[in-house]
Design a protein around this ligand. Structure first.
Ligand SMILES: Nc1nc2c(ncn2[C@@H]2O[C@H](COP(=O)(O)OP(=O)(O)OP(=O)(O)O)[C@@H](O)[C@H]2O)c(=O)[nH]1
Ligand SMILES: [Mg+2]
Length: 479
């Protein structure tokens, strides 16, 4: 199937594109307002079968109803009738094709926000000929109709799923086409390079001598820009998944108490019995604009005759430690830094860590050890702000070591886009090698075309049905 800006698909297997679809587009449950969207060629005629608008504003007590006359973006007040009875008072908003979310004729109905009344209205739409929309089907139509590209479609889902301000700011750029524009500019440059290299093959007499050095320089510049973009993917990963900070230490040092105080709720069981926490407990929160996943772990100690559950718990702690980005290594100040803590200290080596002394309230005189970064009481919330400051310092150096810049010009890219850009990068590197080794021009052109195809997958200009289905399956119903 040909789409407005040249996409080629066999999309019949993915979604039917010619019928009229409807869905409740607000979340399930009761609220102030619910919305139902109808999109497709019959949406306007279909809505006229059950919608009656009030003749004059204000005549709501005894409505005088009339046939609606729809105009693009002219909201109408009125009523929905089922079996000749009014069932709800609504606002109806019509959109004309090409100027709507899906680029089709669309009707949006804003009714009272009960889950039952909204389902009843949806049923009326279905009884009158609409089909229930699948997950992501409205956005899919917007994409197929060329109103948005795939980076913008993905940005819609990313903004819906964003759970922190930073993620909203980062992804909103792509909502307005920032990544699309960037990729288009790469595409144009690569296309020009393909044309220049191919014309040396096709019309050798007409083309001035092929400037090898200039060609290589331009390819290297493109690759450098790819690297810049790819660097940002790490930030995207942190924003989506959160920075993992594990709390480890010997049994009973106060790890679960610390988790609870950092979260501000009693998430983990605290008990004076050593070995209370057996499994890892993960909980997401925000620290200084960053989503952070704190991981409480089972206490680690070395001893003969450890029970099987304790051994498994210790294994899980070691795994959590390996997967974490930053480690809070906790010890009991009234016991001091013992062999168990020292062994863990060695295990953590290489990762950013904070050595935290807990139970300061039990000390008569201050604890002296230069290794200890901060002394707290998780039980009495002493010095927790100091600890948070240190955690923020570790997060900042950790993220900047991963190329995260504090700049508003940074573009957000997701994992799928990153993988495609990496493949582009490698195809261009191959082309550079071939130019340097004076290999035939058609082989160089093949590598560049390969890079171009990957870019087309980023924007969805050319992409296979299976990938498309996977992307839109992640959307919720009504989007
Ligand atoms: N005095 C004092 N007691 C604390 C402090 N923090 C925790 N405790 C106590 O130490 C005991 C163990 O606390 P937990 O938070 O369960 O310790 P844990 O490290 O998670 O223990 P395990 O899960 O068994 O390894 C409990 O009785 C807590 O009340 C503190 O700052 N001061
Ligand atoms: Mg615990």
């Amino acid at each position: 199937m040909a789409c407005p800006y040249g996409m080629i698909y066999n999309l019949s297997a993915v979604f039917n594109l010619s019928d009229t679809i409807a869905a409740i587009i607000t979340p399930p449950g009761n609220g102030g307002i619910a919305a139902i969207r109808i999109s497709g060629p019959d949406s306007w005629s279909l809505a006229k079968k059950f919608f009656y608008h009030t003749k004059k504003e204000g005549e709501v007590t005894k409505p005088r109803l009339q046939e609606p006359c729809f105009q693009h973006m002219q909201a109408l007040h009125g009523y929905i009738k089922k079996e000749n009875k009014i069932i709800d008072e609504i606002i109806l908003l019509p959109y004309k094709a090409l100027k709507s979310f899906t680029s089709e004729d669309v009707i949006e109905i804003f009714c009272h926000g009960g889950s039952h009344i909204s389902s009843m209205i949806l049923d009326i739409c279905l009884e009158n000929g609409a089909r229930k929309a699948k997950n992501g089907e409205f956005t899919f139509r917007a994409f197929v109709n060329g109103r948005i590209d795939l980076t913008e479609a993905e940005a819609i889902n990313e903004i819906i799923n964003a759970d922190n301000n930073r993620m909203v700011y980062e992804t909103s750029g792509n909502l307005t086409g920032a990544l699309k524009e960037k990729v288009s500019s790469f595409r144009e440059k690569i296309l020009n390079l393909i044309t220049s290299v191919e014309s040396t093959v096709e019309f050798p007499m007409d083309v001035p001598d092929f400037d090898k050095n200039k060609f290589i320089k331009e390819l290297k510049e493109i690759n450098l820009s790819f690297c810049e973009l790819i660097k940002n993917s790490k930030e995207g990963q942190f924003l989506r998944e959160g920075i993992k900070i594990s709390i480890v230490g010997a049994p009973n040092v106060g790890k679960s108490s610390l988790l609870n105080i950092l979260l501000g709720n009693k998430r983990a069981i605290v008990s004076q019995e050593p070995g209370t926490t057996r499994d890892t407990i993960e909980e997401k929160t925000m620290i200084d604009e960053w989503p952070v996943v704190f991981v409480d772990t089972a206490g680690v100690r070395e001893a003969k005759n450890l029970s099987e559950p304790e051994q498994i718990g210790i294994e899980r702690t070691k795994n959590a430690l390996l997967k974490s980005d930053i480690v809070l290594l906790l010890f009991d100040l009234s016991v001091g830094i013992n062999d168990d803590t020292n062994r863990l200290f060695d295990l953590v080596n290489g990762k950013p860590k904070v050595l935290v002394g807990n139970k300061i309230d039990l000390l008569e005189k201050p604890f002296q050890d230069i290794k200890c970064n901060v002394q707290i009481s998780a039980k009495y919330a002493t010095n927790i702000d100091k600890l948070k400051k240190i955690i923020i310092e570790r997060i900042n150096s950790f993220t900047s070591n991963h190329g995260v810049q504090n700049s508003s010009s940074v573009l957000y890219i997701n994992q799928r886009q990153k993988e495609l850009l990496l493949q582009c990068n490698s195809s261009i590197s191959k082309a550079i090698d071939k130019v340097q080794n004076n290999e035939p021009e058609d082989l160089i052109s093949d590598d560049l075309k390969e890079a171009l195809s990957r870019l087309d997958e980023v924007t969805g200009r050319k992409i296979n049905d299976e990938i498309i289905t996977n992307i839109f399956a992640k959307f919720c119903i009504g989007k």
